[in-house]
Design a binder for this molecule. Structure first.
Ligand code: URP
Ligand code: ZN
Length: 470
């Protein structure tokens, strides 16, 4: 029986904050007490450190196809990077191809991910081809396969976008079985008009990606998504919310008692649209969807996080390299060098979420330490059916634990991060707070700069009902 004791750390959960020892046995938290004396146990001194639940990032794209492009992180490299950032579980995406069944989609993704993943994982099922056969699969997908969240796109006409009718049909099918629908909320058709106009005028540089995706088209789709969910009587979850106007739609619905939930991402909290003024192709680093917004939007998002109108922070880690080499053009933003509409959409960040939120949220007094844990671990676990197995530190929970130094300073840089991506949106940013050790199900994965984990150690997590227990 493997026993580990983490000694003398300041244990912080979404509600607790105290100093104690943690005994881990067979991958679970077995006991928490003031002074545990366990002969033969492997001990880790956490004096002066925070001990927090392993982060749960419910929005990542590893090894995901995007037209001719492919994310440059594999399941192995992406989960390795996540672990160094204190994240011990991801919920990634399984994209249904046209004509494919949901089951086939899931099985293929599982086969790809399973031998590679270094941390625990699950998927949201992305439906792109909605038909009666696929809808009939949803009860088993949710209740037997443990995929309790279905994502659809209101953007990207001609590829990923589905109709309002299909969204409504899917919501009704999902809602009856304890699932939740996640929506990428942007008005794809109106945005396409703006894209076509920009290109016709010869405006091909990266900044036109941002100029053709206005905030009110995010707000319009968010409002529409919520109203459709209201009629279908199902909770709805808006991914990567960036615009105050979209947040207002969520707040309005929540005030009426509608189960509308939303996440935001670190880049919307810390970066802003001036990045698109960078010369040449450099601005392509920031071509993600939705785009970065104006500086003043930060204030609204932080307010949303403080008052629970935004429930959690996920990264939307969707990495593509800036350079073609060494990985190849397919993994690179260079595919869109001559046309912003061909730049693969997405940006990296899976390793930086905890430290950015700690440094820029807790240390600046915008959120409390408990709220930090709630936003990065507990709420994601509750929202997506992983709680109480994950997302907290409690007797019986998985021993997914991070020892975090609240005072250590360091600089974020692509030269020291662990993803395969060749840039960081936060390059050169000095931050205080560092992940020192990471345990997943009791096993040490990260010890300072040393990697102690292995590919394939992560296990698929069947999730229970989503979005009903916050
Ligand atoms: O820019 C982003 N978010 N990339 C991922 C593709 C998508 O929009 O889901
Ligand atoms: Zn995404």
């Amino acid at each position: 029986m493997s026993q580990v004791v983490i000694q003398g750390g300041r244990i912080v959960t979404a509600v607790d904050d105290y100093v104690a020892d943690i005994l881990v046995e067979n991958g679970k938290v077995e006991a928490i007490a003031r002074q545990l004396d366990v002969p033969g146990a492997v001990c880790h001194d956490a004096t002066g450190m925070l001990v927090i639940p392993g982060g749960i990032d419910v929005h990542t794209h590893m090894e995901g196809p995007q037209g001719p492009a492919m994310n440059c992180d594999t399941y192995e490299s992406g989960t390795y990077a996540a672990a160094f950032g204190g994240t011990t579980t991801i919920v990634d995406f399984a994209y249904q191809g046209r004509g494919d069944s949901a089951k086939q989609t899931l099985d293929e993704r599982l086969a790809l991910a399973e031998p590679q993943v270094c941390i625990d994982y699950s998927f949201h099922m992305v439906l792109t081809d909605i038909n009666p056969d696929v809808l009939a699969e949803l009860p088993d997908l949710i209740n037997q396969d443990g995929i309790s969240s279905i994502k659809m796109y209101m953007a990207y006409p001609g590829t990923l976008m589905v109709s309002d009718a299909d969204i409504f049909r899917t919501m009704r099918a999902v809602g009856d079985h304890g699932g939740m629908v996640n929506l990428h909320a942007e008005n794809g058709q109106v945005i396409q008009v703006l894209i076509d106009e920009a290109l016709a005028q010869g405006n091909t540089s990266p900044k036109y990606h941002a100029l053709t995706r206005p905030r009110i088209m995010e707000a319009e789709a968010t409002h529409r998504a919520i109203r459709i969910a209201e009629l279908a009587e199902i909770p709805v979850y808006i991914v990567h919310l960036s615009a105050p106007e979209a947040l207002a739609a969520v707040v309005e619905a929540r005030d009426r008692g509608i189960e509308a939930f939303a996440e935001t991402c670190p880049h919307y909290l810390f970066l802003h649209s001036e990045e698109y003024e960078r010369p040449g192709f450099d601005a392509a680093q920031y071509v993600m969807t939705p785009p970065l917004r104006d500086h003043h939007c930060h204030h609204d998002l932080w307010r949303g996080l403080r008052f629970d109108d935004l429930q959690l922070v996920a990264t939307d880690h969707c990495p593509f390299c800036m350079n073609e080499q060494p990985l190849g053009a397919r993994f690179s933003k260079q595919l869109g060098r001559d046309n912003f509409n061909k730049i693969p959409n997405g940006a990296p960040g899976v390793e930086d979420r905890l430290v950015l939120l700690y440094d820029g949220g807790v240390r600046t007094g915008k959120i409390s330490l408990n709220r930090f844990v709630q936003l990065t671990a507990t709420a994601p676990a509750k929202m997506f059916g992983l709680f109480p197995r994950k997302g907290t530190i409690a007797v019986g929970s998985d021993a997914d634990l991070v020892i975090f130094d609240p005072e250590e300073q360091h600089v974020i840089s692509a030269s020291s991060h662990h993803s395969r991506v060749d840039y960081s949106m936060f390059e050169g940013r000095q931050v205080t707070g560092k992940v020192k050790k990471v345990f997943m199900r009791g096993r040490l994965l990260v010890d300072g700069d040393r990697w102690c984990g292995e590919a394939g150690y992560g296990t698929f997590q069947k999730r229970s009902a989503s979005g009903r227990i916050l």
